[in-house]
Write a protein that binds this ligand. Structure first.
Ligand code: GLP
Length: 243
């Protein structure tokens, strides 16, 4: 695993954006696997700036997102479709018809079937990842076994706790989500994880231990041939990765 130490959140955002920019410039018709959460927001802002000011061209780029809450319309301000539109797609010259976020409402089985069909015919050039405090990737929650393909997850209480900051109350946080499976994530050609915030436990298991642990899904990243982790210096110091 390639580990990039960032001086700050903003520095990490720039370094992560460098990787995405390289891929988009090398292959203007690439497919980006995208993620939500506060960790990649700075990178999205930086990509939007480079699109506007430096001509980084997303007109032929396709994208597919990691996950979506069950029960939220794409127009709901906490849905991941809304997040992607407002944090990235509305600010770059991507064709929204070429962006895919699983549907959160309607027939869950049909939505999952469609999500899996999209993933089956898509080669993701780089998958952006955040990480949950419990080590979840997308919404692949810790467990004795993990899933290969897209599926529905029941969210852990700790995940609902962590995500309630975005909702009016904990009761408003959806209890279920559709997510790419671990197999979908691992089949991406490259992985780019941005670790930011209170992720000491997940970061320790990922960077300081040798175990591949389904109870900490992010540790599967260690098995990928082309995985990059961007971590803030302060967090890297806290877990003893650097001094
Ligand atoms: C949610 C998303 C994850 C994300 C996580 C961490 O649970 N489903 O994909 O990695 O939040 O979010 P943050 O970056 O805000 O800490």
């Amino acid at each position: 695993m390639n580990v990039i130490i960032a001086e700050s959140y903003e520095d990490g955002a720039r370094k992560a954006a460098d990787l995405i920019e390289k891929i988009v410039r090398e292959n203007p018709a690439c497919t980006l696997g995208l993620a939500t959460g506060s960790s990649p927001v700075g990178m999205y802002q930086e990509l939007a700036r480079r699109c506007k000011e430096e001509g980084l061209d997303f007109s032929q780029v396709h994208s597919v997102n990691l996950d979506e809450y069950v029960g939220l319309e794409g127009t709901h301000d906490q849905s991941y479709r809304y997040f992607m539109n407002t944090n990235l797609f509305d600010h770059i010259n991507i064709d929204k018809a070429n962006t895919y976020v699983a549907k959160g409402v309607g027939d869950v089985e049909a939505n999952l079937k469609e999500f899996n069909e999209v993933l089956d015919r898509t080669d993701i050039d780089i998958q952006v990842l955040g990480v949950g405090p419990d080590g979840h990737l997308g919404f692949n929650e810790p467990g004795d076994t993990l899933y290969d393909g897209a599926h529905e997850e029941t969210l852990e209480d700790s995940t609902i706790e962590a995500n309630k900051r975005f909702f009016a109350s904990k009761e408003d946080v959806p209890t279920h989500a559709l997510t790419m499976g671990m197999g979908n994530i691992m089949r991406a050609k490259r992985l780019l994880m941005i670790i930011s915030g209170n992720k000491q436990e997940a970061a320790t298991k990922l960077l300081m231990e040798d175990k591949i642990d389904p109870h900490c899904p992010c540790t599967f990243m260690r098995m990928h041939r082309d995985a990059t982790v961007v971590i803030e210096k302060k967090l890297a110091q806290e877990i003893g990765y650097i001094h």
